[in-house]
Design a protein around this ligand. Structure first.
Ligand SMILES: *[C@@H]1O[C@H](CO)[C@@H](O)[C@H](O)[C@H]1NC(C)=O
Ligand SMILES: *[C@@H]1O[C@H](CO)[C@@H](O)[C@H](O)[C@H]1NC(C)=O
Ligand SMILES: *[C@@H]1O[C@H](CO)[C@@H](O)[C@H](O)[C@H]1NC(C)=O
Ligand SMILES: *[C@@H]1O[C@H](CO)[C@@H](O)[C@H](O)[C@H]1NC(C)=O
Ligand SMILES: CC(=O)N[C@H]1CO[C@H](CO)[C@@H](O)[C@@H]1O
Length: 290
């Protein structure tokens, strides 16, 4: 008994010593590609990129909160297997040795995701990495503005509210007048409304209140009111309205118009930038390893 214990601690010591020496043959996870924020109702790709050194892959496993939900063993038939974990739905058709695809994310999909890679050699051949994931609920529509009048002129009173549909966490709201942030003196709030029919969600409201001055119109005699709602890093939408002041107009008359713009695609462009960065990093790694 004592002997076995001594052997174990001896082994541990040798293992630790070899680890200190920086054994290049050991399995190493090079990058875990898991977003810290994902959208409820959406899908996600989790990436786990590893360097096997001189070893080869025995198994790759994914865990959520320490419960295994995906296993890839190249020598098994079939190589891919999934296990039931609440909140985790794997799409095997899109999954592989490096990627696992999740579909229909729910609030319970939040948690700690871990990738674990094992090599075929009996010792020093395992590595794992974790990432905490929060499932955000994005508003179903862009921000809504209440209390708008058909027209505003010099001396009119603007008193409007911008609100978002339920989300988790609450959206950050911003008012802009002709593209510039509205002065704090014009703003009241933000107020947080907790919808009774949708648990774990919030609605944000920001009130804009001021008396219209000539300086609120641009050179064309146009005043643009815009409300922006953001939930970084996944969501940005804005709603804007234009008003024309005939007395300040130098060009042809135009009726008051309202426009709604939607710029909710920042997430995809951000992703692209990151992809390029990661590809460059992977290239550098490859060059260093050759
Ligand atoms: C995977 O692909 C097969 C064949 O194309 C299809 O029948 C099946 O529904 C797909 N499974 C999923 C989860 O998409
Ligand atoms: C989320 O988990 C709770 C308990 O942890 C459970 O009661 C609830 O039904 C789950 N919701 C979904 C959508 O899976
Ligand atoms: C805007 O919100 C404030 C505070 O909740 C409320 O008192 C006011 O009546 C609202 N105005 C409009 C136009 O909805
Ligand atoms: C709205 O602004 C006007 C001045 O433009 C001010 O008299 C009024 O008190 C403001 N309303 C609120 C609720 O602050
Ligand atoms: C790891 C990495 O490159 N992260 C970047 C992902 O993209 C966002 C937005 O473009 C950047 O802010 C991150 O630094």
């Amino acid at each position: 008994m004592v002997l076995t214990k001594m052997r174990v601690s001896m082994l541990t010591f040798i293992t630790f010593f070899m680890w200190m020496q920086g054994d290049v043959d050991s399995v190493r996870i090079v990058e875990l590609r898991v977003s810290a924020h994902m959208a409820e109702g959406g899908d996600a790709l989790l990436g786990c990129y590893y360097d096997m050194g001189h070893d080869s892959l025995y198994s790759l496993k994914w865990y959520k909160d320490d419960r295994e939900f995906y296993r890839y063993v190249p020598k098994a038939h079939p190589p891919m297997r999934t296990f039931f974990v609440p909140g985790v739905k794997v799409d095997l058709n899109l999954s592989s040795a490096n990627v696992v695809a999740l579909k229909h994310l729910v609030r319970n999909s939040s948690g700690v995701y871990k990738c674990e890679v094992k090599g075929e050699m009996p010792s020093l051949t395992m590595d794992s990495r974790k990432q905490h994931v929060t499932i955000d609920l994005l508003p179903k529509s862009g921000p809504q503005v209440y209390g708008l009048r058909k027209d505003y002129h010099i001396g009119s009173h603007v008193d409007v509210n911008c609100t978002t549909s339920p989300s988790r966490p609450e959206a950050q709201l911003k008012w802009l007048i002709n593209g510039k942030p509205a002065p704090n003196a014009y703003l009241h709030g933000p107020y947080l409304v907790i919808p009774t029919n949708r648990p774990y969600t919030y609605q944000a409201k920001l009130r804009l209140n001021y008396t219209v001055l000539p300086s609120h119109f641009d050179d064309e005699g146009v005043m643009t009111l815009k409300c922006q709602a953001t939930i970084p890093p996944l969501y940005l939408q804005e709603t804007s309205f234009k008003f024309h002041e005939p007395s300040l107009r130098t060009t042809l008359p135009m009726p008051a118009t309202t426009t709604e713009t939607n710029t909710g695609d920042i997430a995809s462009t951000g992703c692209l930038h990151n992809m390029t960065g990661v590809l460059i990093i992977l290239l550098i790694f490859q060059v260093l390893l050759v």
